[in-house]
Design a protein around this ligand. Sequence first.
Ligand code: ARG
Length: 586
Amino acid sequence: MPIATHIAQALCAALEYAPERAEEVARMLTAPPGLAMGDFAFPCFQLARALRAPPPKIAADLAARLQADALVAKAVAQGPYVNFFLQRPEAARRVLAAVLADPQGPGRRDLGGGQVVVLDFSAPNIAKPFHFGHLRSTNLGADLARIFAFLGYRVVRRNYIGDWGTQFGFVIYAWQKWGEIALLRERAIDYLVELYVRAYRESETDPGVREQARLLFLRLEQGDPEITSLWQQFRELSLAGFMKTYQRLGISFDSYAGEAAVNPLVEATIERFLRAGVAEQSQGALVVQVSAVIGREIAPLMLRKSDGASTYAARDCAEALDRWQRYGFAANIYVVSRQEDHFAQVFAALTRLAEAEGWEHRWPAHCENVSFGYVRGMSTRKGEAVWLEAVLDEARDRARRIREEKSAANPRAFPALGNGELDAVSEAVGQAALLYFDVSARRLSDVTFDWDTVLQFEGNTGPYLQYSHARMCGIFRRAAAQGLAAPDATVPEMPASLADEEWSLLLALRGFGPAVERAATLREPHEVARYLHELASAYNVFYNNCTVIDPADPLTTRARLALVAACRAVLATGLGLLGIQPLETM
Ligand code: ARG
């Protein structure tokens, strides 16, 4: 039973509440400002009216009625609060048991009961660079996918590749004008992007280019075999390039079906909007008015342009309808930045459609856009056309250099690594620096990237967490070298008293489950990152103040090794949720 529930039950008895109210009372418990004031606090303000007494009087009465037990050492009134001091050894035993003895591993819970969450993330555009901005969507989306799966949801990972649209007109125009097959074979997607940029530049001075590109795209939409086969080749080449990056990051998707794949459904979807009477003609185009649904003045959603071409918005409507039919999702989440208006229009148009068709189920309310802020300051030595692959390379190379410098300066703490190991560590640390950076702040805040900061082994960084993990593993290596048994799922006997640093760390361990849940509810992986940073900080205070392995005191040694094992398990699990590799040596 959670410690808070135990305390809440005692409070219910003292308050003469029905035992069913324990959960409600447990939610009222808070943490006192410091350990000297206890481990849990029960505020009495809310009771003042019902009990017709001032809160300090209520607190004093309650404290007098509460009795010490195996878990609670004492309950003391302090102003309007009742503060609970726990029996540290007993509480420690329970916290460690919850982490170490749970066969599922720490924090895992079945909240989802198999409900489906669709996550639409990454979604780079073919023939445009896999831009650094896509890393944030890729990363946040993959984190959310792991977090929801961890909480018992069935997750569908959708990479809705941008493989349709007028940009293809430009690429095909350029290909027909300048394309060389040898260069395409050699440089693949780099070459396609170059062609796209070249055509796009030309169109800025010669408006005729845009018109030709538009006509080429129309031919593609009409299924012209020659254009279609070109498009197919370009798509495959680009996808192969993206796949390398995903593999490197250890991310995979359930489907890479992009905008082109939903195309065959678009006509029927437009028909449906027309039949329901929610689409209307406007200056030759076909639109859905959405201002009334959204509650502010906003342009209508365009289903079809005046030249007959379908739109990005029409495709997203068709795709969302298809997803709902396929999965009946509890949530359909688009991890995409700076398209707030687009998604507001799509969801509103679908709401109108659902209403007009007389649907009971207002499923469009399950669709949401999880947006995020802008990353400033990213550039690589190759210049500012920022390819993700180049960013990953640079992170790895910088991590390698830092590791080499550390081992030159302090070979005892950082023994030289063999070549293979140095490669693996550099890649993992480089990725940790980048991936953690994305979640080191709330997703909506704009962040400024700085190579030196993100690679630090101290501070709010990924490498700091990896380093903390490696140091925990180091303790087990030292213990093994001294013939001590590695801690396992059994919780050892606790010493009669626990140091404050040790106790704070134990209390911090309890925060993991709630942090993961908050991350899911708020669609905010930062909650996990922030928690792990707090845990690692509490750990480092403990590590600097408490001797773990003390041959003169085997009882304390066993207890502390178990505490380190619990921290390591939580840290490794949390890092895993963020796609960061917990390293054993660094
Ligand atoms: N390819 C788009 C872009 O890079 C993102 C697509 C997001 N997903 C969606 N269903 N619209 O801007």
